[in-house]
Design a protein around this ligand. Structure first.
Ligand code: GLU
Length: 357
């Protein structure tokens, strides 16, 4: 059985005036229903809330950008999910809404709760439709865009592949407006093509651009999951990608052979929430580079900066403060400070909870 995450961008779901493009939505749902009927497990990461909410209401006085985003997303999300619900129901398929925030990925308990919720949904053949909870995530801790959210969901749920649908055919080896530019069909992890990507390629309503899609696709592929960037405005795109033999143009990221453990995946997500810095000596750095599966012992720690509690995420840095990785602390900063440089004490970070960048 296959498990596929499908990220659908605002530019695919809405028309230029912000109204929902129901014809396109229903065509995508026709295709997903067919895949679902053949046993494919699907998770949708859907944008489009803010754009479709904006179109719904005429406001009397001008709103600041945070208030506008909160208001539009609150209205638009109901419109969006209702439409998905009705369209899937035509096929006897049930979908459900999962709204999340970046912070939910930093707390192990919340992370496991949302994972559990989606597992139960999949087990019961319900299609999760995920979006950021834009009504409450309005500060610097929000997702860069739904591409970032789709990457977190894909790795958390150990999907077989992620399909990112936007309004371009894939990544070009030049500006898409240049007649000589072509779509790059396959990108391997050791290639760096970020110079090709023109910064201005961004839809008018959504937040994500091609640079962020590229960065995210590489990150997901490095975790052993294949990623496709394709044009959601093309007819029958999903079935062509999944069933056709290279019949539709797209960019594919070749996945790494290895996959990383789910605990390490979670630790890697939490890096933006680290509460302290652990300075380690050169010996530990050497060991990390050579063996990789090492725990952080007190004997290799030279300094601890910051205030953290047991189970908080902390950063590992070299003597110049250069970040090596992140991990979950077995001690509070107060307690840990007492053991700096000491032997024969339970590690500060166990290797299962250590993520090296
Ligand atoms: N969560 C936003 C919405 O539903 C989209 C964010 C993005 O454009 O990536 O409108």
């Amino acid at each position: 059985m296959k498990r596929i995450a499908i990220k659908i961008g605002t530019s695919v779901l809405t028309r230029a005036d912000g109204t929902l493009n129901v014809t396109r939505m229903s065509s995508l749902i026709d295709q997903m229903a067919e895949l679902h009927g053949c046993g494919t497990e699907i998770i949708i990461i859907s944008s489009g809330a803010v754009a479709s909410g904006r179109n719904e209401i005429k406001i009397e006085k001008k709103l600041d950008s945070v208030s506008a985003r909160q208001l539009y997303s609150a209205i638009g999300q109901t419109k969006l999910i209702n439409r998905y619900y009705e369209l899937f129901r035509n096929y006897g398929i049930i979908c459900g809404q999962v709204l999340t925030t970046k912070e939910n990925f930093s707390s192990r308990v919340h992370y496991l709760n949302q994972k559990h919720c989606m597992m139960v949904m999949l087990e019961n053949k319900v299609i999760p439709i995920v979006n950021e909870n834009d009504t409450i995530s309005v500060d610097e801790l929000m997702f860069t865009d739904n591409d970032e959210l789709s990457a977190l969901i894909t790795t958390m749920m150990k999907m077989d592949s992620l399909i990112i649908l936007s309004d371009v055919d894939g990544i070009y080896n030049g500006a898409p407006t240049d007649p000589n530019a072509d779509i790059i069909q396959e990108i391997t992890l050791d290639e760096n093509i970020s110079n090709y990507i023109v910064k201005s390629i961004q839809s008018s309503f959504g937040r994500g651009g091609m640079q962020s899609k590229y960065r995210i696709a590489k990150e997901v592929a490095s975790k052993g999951i294949s990623v496709i960037i394709a044009n959601g405005q093309r007819e029958n795109i999903l079935l062509s990608l999944l069933r056709g033999k290279n019949t539709v143009i797209h960019t594919k990221f070749k996945p790494a052979k290895k996959s990383i453990s789910s605990v390490k995946t979670w630790v890697s997500y939490s890096k933006d929430f680290a509460k302290g810095d652990i300075y380690i000596n050169d010996g530990v750095i050497k060991a990390i580079k050579e063996i990789r599966t090492v725990s952080i012992l007190f004997v290799g720690i030279v300094r601890i900066v910051g205030n953290f509690e047991k189970d908080d995420i902390i950063r590992i840095v070299d003597k110049n403060g250069f970040k090596i990785g992140v991990g979950k602390s077995n001690y509070s900063s107060k307690e840990a400070a007492k053991y700096i440089g000491k032997h024969s004490i339970k590690p500060l970070i166990h290797y299962n909870y250590l993520y090296i960048e």
